[in-house]
Write a protein of this length. Structure first.
Length: 219
C-alpha cells in the first residue's frame, strides 16, 4: 500500500509540473519525428514514449503540425543558445570565427536528429519554419553575431572588407550539415575513413581553415 501511494504521488507531482510534461513530450516527439518524418509520426505513438497521454499532447500543443513547429523551434533555440554561451565577443575575431565553426561542426555531428528534422522540413518546403517568428528571430541573432565578428575582423585589418555574413553562415552550415546528412551515401561510395575520430578531427580542422581562408585579408 505505501508503494502504491508513493506511485500515485509521483504521478500527481508529474501532472502538476507542466514544463516537465511539455519537455517530455517534445523529447519523444523529436525522436519520433526524426525517425519517421512529419507524415509518418502519429500522436498516439509519441504519447506511448512519454509519461503522459495523447489528450495532454493535444491540450498543450493543439495538433501535430503545431507540435512539429514547437519541436523545430526548440531544436533551433538549443543551437542558438549554445552559440551565445561561447562568449565570442570576448575573443579576437579570428579565434571567434574559428570557435563558431568548431561549435557548429560539433553540434551537428552530435545531434543527428537536428539534421534529420531540418531535412524533413525542407521536404515540406519550410512551411512551418517560415511561419515561426521565434525561429526568424533566433536566426537573425545568429547572423548579427557573425556580422559583429566580421566587423571586428575588418576593423582589425585581418578580414577582407565587405564580407557577407549570410553567405559565410551558409558556408559554415553547408560544411557542418553535409557531414551528417550525407554520411550514409558518402560512406557507401567511399568508405568510413572520414567518419572515424581521426577523420572527423581532420574534417573539422579543414572546415575551420576553409572559412578562415574565405574571411582572411590577403596581402
Amino acid at each position: 500500500m505505501p508503494e502504491q501511494q508513493a506511485g500515485k504521488g509521483a504521478r500527481g507531482s508529474w501532472k502538476q509540473d507542466p514544463e516537465a510534461v511539455q519537455a517530455d513530450i517534445l523529447r519523444a516527439a523529436t525522436e519520433l519525428f526524426a525517425e519517421r518524418g512529419l507524415s509518418g509520426a502519429r500522436i498516439e505513438e509519441i504519447a506511448a514514449r512519454t509519461r503522459t497521454s495523447k489528450r495532454m499532447i493535444y491540450y498543450y500543443f493543439g495538433d501535430k503540425d503545431r507540435l512539429w513547429a514547437r519541436v523545430l523551434e526548440t531544436a533551433y533555440a538549443r543551437v542558438r543558445a549554445g552559440e551565445a554561451e561561447l562568449r565570442l565577443e570576448g575573443l579576437d575575431p579570428e579565434a571567434a570565427l574559428a570557435r563558431l565553426v568548431e561549435f557548429t561542426f560539433d553540434h551537428h555531428r552530435r545531434n543527428p536528429d537536428f539534421i534529420r528534422l531540418v531535412m524533413i522540413e525542407n521536404v515540406h518546403h519550410a512551411e512551418h519554419l517560415s511561419r515561426s517568428e521565434l525561429i526568424g528571430d533566433l536566426n537573425a541573432e545568429a547572423i548579427e553575431r557573425l556580422r559583429g565578428i566580421l566587423a571586428r575582423g575588418e576593423s582589425a585589418g585581418v578580414f577582407r572588407p565587405g564580407l557577407d555574413p549570410e553567405a559565410l553562415h551558409w558556408t559554415i552550415s553547408a560544411l557542418s550539415f553535409f557531414n551528417v546528412s550525407n554520411r550514409p551515401t558518402f560512406s557507401a561510395l567511399f568508405g568510413d575513413r572520414l567518419f572515424t575520430e581521426d577523420g572527423q578531427a581532420a574534417l573539422r580542422a579543414q572546415a575551420v581553415e576553409t572559412v578562415a581562408a574565405i574571411a582572411r585579408k590577403t596581402p
